[in-house]
Design a protein around this ligand. Structure first.
Ligand code: IPE
Ligand code: IPE
Ligand code: MG
Length: 244
């Protein structure tokens, strides 16, 4: 069925607010097509564009995509440099369109190690999209869930020492608001492509009650239809949050 037909089947009252995606399988896609890994990443960018468009059409509020993890530095220098440049170049190409579509774009992740890779113009354009109230698109770049928690602990201890917060007042909500995703809803649904069924250090705190949806499809092949199907399947899940 065409994805536009599938979108009509979504029950707006049960729409997930926040979907997060572990976009995995670019390298294996390249292997299957007898081409270099970098071409898999290039093809992966097309899938990001497709899914962001579909998320806008479906009326999603928050979409977080895992683009580069704090562990991905373990790959060859050549692949790392290619990936970082590809992410920036693709954003430069797409950013005007994204802004015109009322998308609010944010990077989440550690700024350390990345100074050189970030393009200043991209960062200022992202900032100028922060008044947009359509889809909130988070690009998780040099992101690690544990690093995010460490960064939060450091900020919290500074704020305790300076008297800005009191140790006794620390609760779930306060911790959430010290994370890169401060003031955003937790992901209702986490999608991972390529058949791997693990979190790989993604949204460690925020995923406490997320629903997971896995597919064997490799990220470059991930379709609009499959994305909407994940939302439809999510709507059949019974979330209990600990109650009976
Ligand atoms: C996902 O594809 C993209 C990133 C991690 C940046 P991979 O590059 O991990 O592809 P596989 O897992 O080797 O197939
Ligand atoms: C997770 O994929 C990171 C991103 C999608 C950016 P990986 O391919 O790096 O994860 P592992 O190593 O298979 O767990
Ligand atoms: Mg992988």
């Amino acid at each position: 069925m065409d994805y536009k037909q599938l979108i009509k089947q979504i029950d707006k009252k049960q729409m997930p607010k926040h979907i997060a995606i572990i976009m995995d399988g670019n390298g294996r896609w390249a292997d299957e097509h007898n081409t270099k890994r970098v071409n898999g990443h290039k093809e992966g960018v097309k899938a990001v564009r497709r899914i962001v468009e579909t998320a806008v059409e479906a009326g999603l509020e928050y979409l977080t995509v895992y683009a580069f993890s704090t562990e991905n530095w373990r790959r060859s220098k050549q692949e790392v440099n290619y990936l970082l440049k590809l992410i920036m170049d693709s954003l430069i190409k797409e950013i005007d369109d994204l802004k015109a579509n009322n998308v609010n774009i944010k990077f989440i992740g550690s700024k350390e190690e990345l100074e050189k890779s970030y393009n200043k113009k991209v960062l200022s354009t992202c900032r100028s999209s922060w008044d947009n109230d359509g889809l909130h698109l988070n690009i998780a770049m040099n992101y690690g869930g544990r690093r995010e928690l460490i960064d939060a602990f450091k900020k919290m201890s500074d704020d305790i020492i300076s008297g800005k917060i009191k140790k006794e007042r620390i609760n779930d909500e306060m911790v959430s608001n010290y994370l890169y995703t401060a003031y955003m809803p937790d992901p209702d649904l986490i999608i991972r492509t390529s058949g791997e069924e693990r979190l790989s250090n993604f949204l460690v705190w925020q995923s406490a009650y997320s629903e997971f949806w896995f597919t064997k499809t490799l990220w470059p092949d991930f379709s609009r239809e499959e994305f909407i199907q994940a939302i439809l399947d999510f709507q059949d899940r019974k979330r209990r949050f600990g109650s009976r």
